[in-house]
Design a protein around this ligand. Structure first.
Ligand SMILES: Cc1cc2nc3c(=O)[nH]c(=O)nc-3n(C[C@H](O)[C@H](O)[C@H](O)COP(=O)(O)OP(=O)(O)OC[C@H]3O[C@@H](n4cnc5c(N)ncnc54)[C@H](O)[C@@H]3O)c2cc1C
Length: 428
């Protein structure tokens, strides 16, 4: 499927990217995250406000100028650098569970609660949020605003699918609520879907009601080594069409490892893992609990990356495209950097971590590989970048067809452009 159109993916020998000039270049006065990556541009040091009530938060966002909303700060570098945010509104003071109803399998939380803290509380009742982004210390509001998800998205969906109620504060001070503890509640606007991926540009997620699940009794991971791109694609389709129901399938390059995860009852997960082994090729191993834990931890670390790395996320049609993987490797070789890739073939999402060499080399790989991905209809955004990369390449590439709708939504909710101005530059 993907292979049919992938032949047009650009390669170092076959395509000139054209490149992009910087729209959000580094400048004096720019602030930095712990790794020195620019986070937002300000004329003077920003001040931080940490409200503890919805009313205080509303006052903070309406009585100050441009605002940067902050959770634990794990994704402040995602998208383009925010301009002129003189006030940071932190959700650190709104980090509580408000109402947990284990028998109803719902939990009502404040937007500033950390995912790992929430998971610990749910685990005491044998429950969890079936959601495994790499950044477990991130806040639930921030995770919704980034639209982030981990490998288990394949089976459970992303966070927006688990939200049954939301309260948001908008730039004009309006407090809007949708849904509640009732799972079959379809009335009103779906605030969670509006906010999903908006990166703090539309409103503050102050409360969420979430649907929780029973904790799986067991989790098994089967690993196939020496799996090339075409084989990874073929095996993923075979697994997804079969009755084995993997909860995650991830393929990593350059290791050429395909990891397949199963959650369920002890017997069920073991039986499904055994069936999967009979379908897989390559050098096979079923990981024990410790090995599986370290594999998925290292997988998450690869996605988050280290200071000085550049991290890209590409969204394409489902599949792992041999032409795109080949193009990345060739562009990385030419620039003298290392590119570590992980792909969720079932959803077509790739995360690439670029290490080594300098900012110019990182920017070259971003520009060239983005051209390859865009040539097959996909998108590439920057999540993290080595300092200096912003001056050479935009954080967002080709605008999607929906950009005019996004602009109108933004203009409607935030006509003065006070929430995270510049985050989606140059689109709006
Ligand atoms: C003002 C505003 C700004 C927003 N900004 C963003 C934003 O910057 N980023 C954002 O992610 N959401 C944004 N959203 C939300 C957006 O409307 C979607 O809810 C969101 O993109 C879905 O995120 P995702 O992580 O599920 O998408 P992705 O994971 O990026 O992709 C969704 C699915 O689409 C498939 N897909 C992607 N590209 C293609 C393709 N070319 N061909 C076929 N299939 C494809 C993928 O396989 C994937 O499974 C914004 C909304 C508003 C109102």
């Amino acid at each position: 499927m993907v292979g049919a159109s992938s032949s047009s993916a650009s390669t170092p020998g076959g395509h000139s990217s054209g490149g992009h000039s910087s729209g959000g270049g580094s400048s004096a006065g720019q602030n930095s995250s712990a790794d020195g990556t620019p986070t937002f541009e300000a004329s003077s040091s920003p001040r931080s406000i940490t409200p503890t009530t919805v009313k205080d938060l509303r006052d903070a966002v309406t009585t100050n100028g441009p605002v940067l909303i902050r959770g634990t700060g794990t994704a402040t570098t995602w998208g383009a650098p925010v301009r002129d945010a003189r006030t940071t509104v932190s959700l650190a003071g709104m980090d509580r569970v408000l109402d947990y109803r284990p028998a109803d399998m719902t939990v009502h939380v404040q937007g500033g609660i950390r995912l790992d803290v929430l998971q610990e509380e749910l685990a005491e009742h044998g429950q969890w949020l079936p959601y495994d982004p790499a950044r477990s210390e991130a806040t639930i509001g921030g995770l919704l605003a980034t639209g982030d998800a981990g490998p288990r998205r394949m089976a459970y969906g992303s966070l927006r699918e688990l939200v049954i109620g939301a309260t948001m504060v908008f730039p004009d001070g309006a407090i809007a609520k949708s849904g509640g503890h009732v799972i079959k509640n379809v009335a009103g606007y779906d605030l969670a879907k509006l906010c999903h991926g908006s990166l703090g540009t539309l409103g503050v997620v102050v409360e969420l009601v979430l649907r929780v699940h029973p904790l799986p009794q067991a989790s098994r991971t089967v690993m196939a080594r020496d799996v090339d791109t075409a084989t990874a694609q073929r095996l993923t389709w075979a697994l997804t069409k079969s009755a084995v129901e993997p909860t995650a399938v991830e393929w990593c390059e350059p290791e050429q490892v395909l990891a397949v995860r199963f959650d369920g009852t002890a017997d069920g997960a073991a039986a499904r893992a055994a069936s999967a082994r009979s379908m897989l090729t390559g050098s096979l191993a079923e990981l024990d609990a410790g090995e599986a834990h370290s594999f998925w931890e290292s997988h998450a670390a690869r996605v988050v990356a280290e200071p000085g790395d550049t991290v890209l996320r590409a969204a394409t049609r489902p599949g792992v495209d041999p032409a795109l993987v080949g193009a990345l490797s060739a562009w990385a070789d030419r620039a003298g950097v290392k590119a570590l890739l992980t792909c969720s073939p079932a959803t077509g999402a790739y995360t690439v971590r670029i290490t080594g060499a300098d900012a110019k080399a990182h920017a070259e790989v971003v520009k060239n590989w983005r051209a390859s991905v865009e040539a097959v209809g996909g998108f590439v955004m920057l999540r993290r970048r080595r300092p200096g990369v912003d001056a050479m390449v935009e954080s967002w590439g080709r605008a999607p067809g929906s950009v005019e709708v996004m602009r109108r939504v933004k203009a409607n909710f935030d006509p003065e452009n006070r929430f995270a101005p510049g985050r989606f530059a140059p689109w709006f």
